[in-house]
Ligand binder design. Structure first.
Ligand code: DX5
Ligand code: ZN
Length: 221
């Protein structure tokens, strides 16, 4: 049976009430926390560094799924690992030598993920599928939460699922960007098993608990 993972993206949590936000997610079925790291270069926004990852680590026992939307991520792998990242995902578009960076991530004891932007084809990353623990197909362009889901990325998830199954890979297939109760089923049917959501959870009109519960129901439907 496929295990489905719901990973609230902490970027949209109310950081003045962070402990409560995290506790609400934990109590209502979150599986991981997703941490969107942006450097103002690879992505047109600036968010968190290792300092805040270390803070999040002290606030939860759930795995921290750290999504590095940064140039030359090799410079910061060991800092994020020390801060408590469990999974480190790098963008193929930001890496000169993706194989070496995946090895580096594993050597510091983290699970290694590879992410691709909406415009990047699966063919540009499938050669490293045998060595990664997670594949992240972006369904918006990196930068901001609350963007509109790009339906043209669904077929990329279908293709990634096919390639992973062909090699009997147990890697997670994660989707991120515009995932809501309206779009989640498209990605689930396409073969994704990890669902990241920021605004659908933390900006829900009835609050974080309602947002989490609705998304959890959609994941399990
Ligand atoms: C996009 C980030 C996403 C984003 C998700 O740059 O990688 O994780 O914050 O936000 P929503 O779920 O609101 O699209
Ligand atoms: Zn992300």
């Amino acid at each position: 049976m496929t295990k489905y993972i719901l990973a609230p993206s902490i970027v949209s949590a109310d950081h003045l009430r962070l402990k409560d936000e995290i506790a609400l997610c934990e109590a209502n079925g979150a599986n991981w926390f997703h941490v969107d790291v942006m450097d103002g270069h690879f992505a047109p926004n600036i968010t968190f560094g290792p300092f805040l990852v270390e803070t999040y680590k002290r606030a939860t026992k759930l795995p921290l799924d750290v999504h590095l939307m940064i140039e030359k991520p090799e410079r910061y792998i060991s800092a994020f690992a020390k801060a408590g990242a469990d999974i480190l995902t790098v963008h193929v578009e930001a890496c000169a030598d993706i194989n070496t960076i995946v090895d580096q991530i594993k050597s510091v004891g983290c699970k290694a993920g590879v992410a691709i932007n909406p415009e990047t084809p699966i063919s540009s990353v499938e050669t490293i599928f045998p060595i990664v623990d997670l594949v992240l197909v972006m369904s918006v362009r990196p930068g901001f939460s609350g963007q509109v889901f790009m339906p043209e990325t669904v077929s990329k998830v279908v293709e990634a699922r096919k390639r992973l199954d062909e090699i009997n890979s147990q890697a997670y297939l994660e989707v991120d960007g515009g995932i809501s109760t309206k779009t989640l089923h498209l990605m689930k049917n396409a073969g994704a098993n990890v669902f990241v959501a920021a605004s659908a959870i933390f900006n829900h009109s009835a609050g974080t608990e309602a947002g989490l519960k609705e998304m959890r129901t959609a994941v399990l439907a």
